[in-house]
Design a protein. Sequence first.
Length: 157
Amino acid sequence: MDLNEIRKLIELMDANKLVEFEYEEEGRKIRLRRWEDRHAVAPSAGAASAPAAPVPVLSPPVAGGATADVPPPTRSADLVDFKSPLVGTFYRAPKPDAEPFVNVGDEVSAEKVLCIIEAMKVMNEIKAEMNGVVREILVKNGQAVEYGEPLFLIEKR
């Protein structure tokens, strides 16, 4: 089983809100278990909490029960969504009692570590890969994140 197949299994677990998954084929066995972090301290074994579902934004009603066509708010072309490169658990600091890698307003360079994403018990340092300023942190410490989910808003320089 290769890494892409394992990623697909993790995505299926997330989509179906599974806490544990075990599969055996031709003498090979894989067991995946979700970790939960209720207090944003350190990973602990247990059932996983489902990520919050996105709340749809509805346009204000107009006469006749229809909805008005409201354009989305505009934002600077220099403001970029920095997205998660993998599925896992987001951590702002290297240890529970350590200072965060970055805070809102911090200047970052391409090699600056923004966060750690834990995937399958591996701590992956995620680098900015651009120069800019952190304008917003979009996820909470200890939160499960999906591939492609925006983590930070960074104003490119």
